[in-house]
Design a protein around this ligand. Structure first.
Ligand code: B12
Ligand code: SF4
Length: 463
């Protein structure tokens, strides 16, 4: 069977404003996971439209498309084209799960939720000549997960080829998050076995790893055993976690010893009242300053994530957030405009209050305002968001952030990492477009390597 798997690009990818550094970061892990279930005799390709053109001259038997909200329009276009050509077209992923009836108009078969149970079932049905038109996931386990087909990925095209996921979902239930809608009908947080996760790590070449798990620290027993197993492997890695988990004694220590060098932390807002509104209970009454201090003490850089536009936010929120983040010495920040994804409680609330401005999914990209904000205008929100990025990544801010580090070496590394991402973006673009993205990895590894847990720095850093 000839199988073509496609990760379509959001419309922006074809525009001159497309930023390769953002979209050439990670390979399409979801599709490579599904490819693991195919037979050895199947001919399979994976096309990631963010980094390559889709060859439309072929005639595959089966087309598999992963649909995100911002790539829905393009996904449907490709699906229609291949259906007209006689291929069996499967659509799955987050957006299909949120709006199955919309997706079903463009597919022979749609998949709701994660694919580990439904996809092998579908393949068996297809080979038996009776594929259904809809499969909904209900059994949630990663127990029989075959090895991810990384051989189908062209590593040279990605800045961070060693992305890895060892769990699915998250134990929390924030109102704006995709995860409750996606995992409906079954468990919404589960992990691989520690041995399977360590084996997957072992298969990855080089030193650097990027865990894409929503909350790698979410199951303390699993995470603790994983970090124990990784100690001595010589890996340098990045991951995402929560304020609550960083404050938990013991886990961060193990992670740092196992090579954690940078953590994506969802602070979301400096406005405490917003946290209750978004049901982000795990952040309420947590000392954000202490979170950052703990990370710094263990040589872990911070990528702080912030969402603008929650109902308690006023126009002063942008300057206050940036000022706080820079003053705390956060190395990198990711800002988002709050975006109600279909299927979330936030979406329902916004729709019920008639606050959605449109349902043009292309623009549900966390950079555009798609709802009527409560305490500012849409224009103020969009301008403030852009200003926050500009202000955070000014050299003045980078140097001010670096100055919070206790040693000269620490300051130099802060400036190198923060400046490296944003200030040299044009240079990254040239490297990526020349398909030399993989060559940037040693640079990243050496910057991250320099951030290790250093007792002298620790002693100097804490009163
Ligand atoms: C890595 C990542 C990226 C990377 C690369 C994406 C990639 N190469 O896959 C980059 C940086 C490019 C990116 C960009 C964006 N992202 Co992003 N990203 C992620 C992240 C952190 C991990 C994705 C991942 O690899 N998961 C692990 C794999 C194993 O799971 P999976 O991909 O979901 O695949 C499984 C299932 O979905 C299912 N499945 C998927 N497709 C199909 C198809 C079939 C036929 C079947 C059977 C099953 C199936 O089976 C797979 C195995 O279980 C997720 C968060 C998350 N936890 O998913 C956000 C996430 C997907 N991103 C999101 C967003 C909003 C964006 C951006 C719009 C952000 C922005 N402001 O620019 C852009 C747009 C991307 C686009 N193409 O449209 C949202 C999506 C919301 C939505 N409802 O669609 C998420 C959920 C983050 C969040 N918490 O809000 N992203
Ligand atoms: S902690 Fe993060 S991943 Fe978990 S539900 Fe909240 S926003 Fe989603």
């Amino acid at each position: 069977m000839r199988v073509k798997m496609i990760l379509p690009a959001l419309t922006e990818a074809t525009s001159p404003l497309f930023r390769p550094i953002k979209y050439s970061l990670f390979p399409p892990l979801g599709l490579a996971t599904l490819a693991g279930y195919l037979d050895p005799g199947d001919e399979v390709t994976i096309t990631d439209e963010h980094v390559q053109k889709v060859d439309l001259s072929d005639e595959p038997d089966l087309v598999v498309i992963q649909v995100y909200i911002t790539s829905a329009r393009r996904s449907y276009e490709l699906a229609d084209l291949y259906r007209a050509r006689g291929a069996h077209v499967c659509l799955g992923g987050l957006h299909v799960t949120s709006l199955p009836d919309e997706a079903a108009r463009h597919a022979d078969t749609i998949f709701l939720g994660p694919g580990e149970d439904t996809w092998p079932r579908f393949l068996a049905d297809l080979r038996a000549g009776r594929p259904a038109d809809r499969y909904a996931s209900s059994e949630r386990t990663l127990a029989a997960l075959p090895p991810v087909r990384r051989d189908l990925i062209d590593r040279r095209r990605y800045l961070v080829p060693n992305s890895i996921v060892v769990s699915r979902g998250c134990p929390h239930v924030c109102d704006f998050c995709y995860k409750e809608a996606f995992f409906k009908g079954g468990k919404s947080f589960y992990t691989q076995t520690v041995d399977a996760a360590l084996a997957e790590i072992d298969r990855l070449p080089g030193r650097h790893l990027y865990f894409l798990d929503d909350h790698l620290f979410g199951n303390a027993r699993f995470a603790g055993a994983l970090f124990d197993g990784m100690r001595g492997m010589g890996r340098l890695w990045q991951a995402a976690s929560t304020v609550q988990a960083v404050l938990r004694p013991g886990l961060l220590e193990k992670a740092a010893e196992a090579g954690l060098r940078s953590l994506f932390v969802g602070f979301e807002t400096v406005n405490a009242a917003n946290l209750a509104e978004q049901r982000k209970w795990q952040n309420i009454d947590r000392d954000y300053g202490e979170v950052i201090a703990r990370l710094r003490d263990h040589g872990v850089m911070v990528n702080g994530s912030f969402v603008f536009g929650m109902d308690q936010d006023e126009p002063s929120v942008f300057d206050r957030t940036v000022d706080w983040a820079v003053g705390q010495g956060i190395e990198t920040a990711t800002f988002h405009i709050m975006t109600p994804y279909p299927g979330t409680r936030l979406f329902e609330r916004m729709a019920a209050a008639d606050r959605l401005l449109h349902r043009d999914w292309d623009r549900y990209d966390t950079r555009s305002v798609v709802f009527r904000p409560a305490r500012m205008t849409a224009r103020q929100l969009e301008d403030g968001y852009r200003r926050a990025y500009r202000d955070f990544y000014r050299w003045g801010s980078i140097l001010r952030g670096a100055a919070t580090k206790p040693t000269l070496r620490g300051r130099a590394r802060h400036a190198a990492y923060a400046g490296g991402w944003k200030k040299f973006e044009p240079a990254w673009d040239v490297i990526i477009r020349a398909r030399r993205a993989g060559r940037a990895l040693p640079v990243l590894e050496s910057v991250l390597g320099g951030f290790g847990s250093q007792p002298a720095e620790r002693a100097a850093g804490r009163p």
